[in-house]
Design a protein around this ligand. Sequence first.
Ligand code: SF4
Length: 96
Amino acid sequence: MQCQTVLPGTECTFMSKNGCVFPGGSCQNIVEDCEGCEKIVESSIGKVCSVYPAPAKKWANGICNFATHAKIEIKVEDVKVNPLKASKKASGGKKK
Ligand code: SF4
């Protein structure tokens, strides 16, 4: 249904015949960590997120997985492989 609270006319899964069913009855404003994200939209209560109604929760346990301005960095450390052991492993460790 279309939002009838802070983003009138925007399709939203939380809007029902009885109004917004999200806790608090409305989207919540973005948090400082959201600044720079492309999902931010202006609403009647200020800046809100277009894909998640409670931005603070998205940042509670690390980087928001919807963020366009911040990505999770996965560091792959150099793993040194002993060529002899790798060869043995590949051949199933069988001696000829
Ligand atoms: S997608 Fe995440 S970082 Fe971007 S505005 Fe929404 S909650 Fe904030």
